[in-house]
Design a binder for this molecule. Structure first.
Ligand code: FAD
Ligand code: UDP
Length: 371
C-alpha cells in the first residue's frame, strides 16, 4: 500500500513527491502516462547530441529566493538571460518592444526614456476599461504596433482574436522605454546546469519514491492501492468532463538539426506576421552547449492534441470554478499544477504552488495524527 499516488511527474508532482518522502517519510508512487519524467520541462540529448527541450523552450525565471533555494538542492545553475527577436516588416526587432524597437522600426533616434515615453504617448489609444488582451497593448503602444507584434501572433497562438482573451495573456509581455532587451525582468534568470531532466532525477531519487512511466491514471487507479492522491493532470478529465470540456490550447513541435553551428542570433525568434509557426527556438543559446551542429524547434499551435495552455477567458474561468468546487470537497485528493488548477502558470509558480500545498497537507495530517 502506497501512502500517496501522484499522477504526473512534472514540477507539481515531482516537488510533492520529494517533500512527502523526505519531510514526512511517506511511501510515494509517481506515475506518468508519458515515457519520461519532467512533464513539459523534459529535456534530452537528440540524435545529434544536442540538448533540446521536447516541449518547447523552458527558461527558468523567478523573483522568489525561496524557490531558487529549494531547487538548488537538486541542481547547479547556469546564468542565462533570455532574449527574443520578432520578425516584423522584414527586420528582426527586440520584443518586448523597447527603445531600440521603436528606433529601428520608425527610423528614429530616441535617446532617452523620456523621449521614448513621449513617442509612445503619441501612438497610444485611450481605452476606458482595460479588459482584454487587445486593450492592454493598444492602450500602451497603439494599434499599429499592436497589429505588427501582437495581433497575428496571438491569433496564431490561441486561435482567437486578442479581443477575446483576458488581459493577463498579453500583459505577460511588458513594453519598455529603455534599451533593456531581456525577455524577462525577474531577479533570478538561469537554467539548470545539467538540464531539467537531470534535476528531476535528483528530486525523485529517494528510497520512498517509486516512479512508473507509460502508466495512465485510469489504467492503474483500481489496481494499485493507495491512501491519498495528488492529481496534476487536467481537472475536467478527472471528473469525466461532467460540466463540459475545459478548453486547452495545444501545440505541435517540429524538431530539426542543422549541419551548421548557428541558425539565429538569439534563443527565440517570434513570427507575428509571416509563417504558419509562432516561433523558432535554438537551444544552444539557452544551454550554452558547444557543438558543431545546432537543433531547433518550430512551434505551431493547434486546437486538438495534448493540453498545454489553459485559455484565459471569463467563460472558461467560470467553468473551471465548477470543477474547483468539486475538487475542494475531496478529502484525500489534492489538485496541483497548471492543468489541474487551470492556471497559466510558469514553472516557478507551479513550484511555489506545490510547496504551499505540501505545507497545507503537512499541517492537516499533523493535526489528524496528533488527535
Ligand atoms: P506538466 O509539466 O504538464 O506535468 C503534468 C504531467 O501529468 C505530464 O507529464 C502528463 O503526462 C501527466 N499526466 C496528465 N494526465 C495524466 C494521466 N491521466 N495519467 C498519467 N499521467 C498524466 N514556464 C516557465 O517558467 N518558463 C518557460 O520558458 C516556459 N515555457 C513554456 C513553453 C511551453 C511551450 C509550454 C507548454 C509551457 C512553458 N512553461 C514555461 C510552463 C511550464 O511548462 C509549466 O509551468 C510546468 O511545466 C507545469 O508543470 P506541471 O507539473 O503543472 O504540469
Ligand atoms: N505575444 C505576442 N507577440 C509576441 C510575444 C507574445 O502577441 O511576440 C502574446 C501572445 O498572445 C502570447 C502572450 O503574449 O501568447 C504571452 O507571451 P509569452 O511569451 O509569455 O508566451 P509563452 O511563452 O507562455 O507561450
Amino acid at each position: 500500500m502506497f501512502d500517496w499516488l501522484i499522477v504526473g511527474a512534472g514540477f507539481a508532482g515531482s516537488v510533492l513527491a520529494e517533500r512527502l518522502a523526505t519531510q514526512r517519510g511517506e511511501r510515494v508512487l509517481v506515475i506518468d502516462k508519458r515515457n519520461h519524467i519532467g512533464g513539459n520541462a523534459y529535456d534530452r540529448y537528440d540524435a545529434a547530441g544536442v540538448l533540446m527541450h521536447q516541449y518547447g523552450p523552458h527558461i527558468f525565471h523567478t523573483n522568489s529566493q525561496a524557490i531558487v533555494d529549494y531547487l538548488s538542492a537538486f541542481t547547479e545553475w547556469r546564468p542565462y538571460e533570455h532574449r527574443v527577436l520578432a520578425q516584423v516588416d522584414g527586420q528582426l526587432l527586440p520584443i518586448p518592444i523597447n527603445r531600440t524597437t521603436l528606433n529601428k522600426l520608425y527610423g528614429l533616434s530616441l535617446s532617452t526614456d523620456e523621449e521614448a515615453e513621449a513617442f509612445l504617448q503619441t501612438l497610444a489609444e485611450p481605452v476606458d476599461e482595460i479588459r482584454t488582451s487587445e486593450d492592454v497593448v493598444v492602450s500602451r503602444v497603439g494599434r499599429e504596433l499592436y497589429e505588427k507584434f501582437f495581433r497575428g501572433y496571438t491569433r496564431k497562438q490561441w486561435g482567437v482574436d486578442p479581443s477575446e482573451l483576458d488581459k493577463s495573456v498579453t500583459a505577460r509581455v511588458p513594453t519598455r522605454v529603455n534599451e533593456d532587451d531581456r525577455y524577462f525582468a525577474d531577479q533570478f534568470q538561469c537554467m539548470p546546469a545539467g538540464g531539467y531532466t537531470r534535476m528531476f532525477e535528483k528530486m525523485l531519487d529517494h528510497p520512498g519514491i517509486k516512479v512508473m512511466l507509460n502508466a495512465r491514471f485510469e489504467e492503474i487507479r483500481n489496481i494499485i492501492p493507495f491512501r491519498r492522491m495528488i492529481f496534476t493532470g487536467p481537472v475536467d478529465e478527472y471528473y469525466g468532463f461532467r460540466f463540459g470540456r475545459l478548453p486547452y490550447r495545444s501545440l505541435q513541435f517540429e524538431h530539426v538539426t542543422l549541419d551548421k553551428p548557428w541558425h539565429q542570433p538569439v534563443g527565440v525568434v517570434n513570427y507575428p506576421q509571416t509563417e504558419d509557426y509562432t516561433r523558432i527556438t535554438e537551444y544552444k543559446h539557452l544551454t550554452g552547449q558547444e557543438h558543431s551542429r545546432t537543433s531547433l524547434t518550430y512551434e505551431r499551435s493547434a486546437a486538438e492534441g495534448e493540453p498545454y495552455y489553459p485559455v484565459p477567458r471569463p467563460e472558461n474561468a467560470a467553468l473551471y470554478k465548477q470543477y474547483e468546487a468539486l475538487a475542494e470537497q475531496e478529502k484525500d485528493v489534492w489538485f496541483v499544477g497548471r492543468l489541474a488548477t487551470y492556471r497559466y502558470y510558469n514553472m516557478d509558480q507551479v513550484v511555489g504552488q506545490a510547496l504551499a500545498t505540501f505545507r497545507r497537507i503537512h499541517t492537516a495530517l499533523s493535526e489528524v495524527e496528533s488527535a
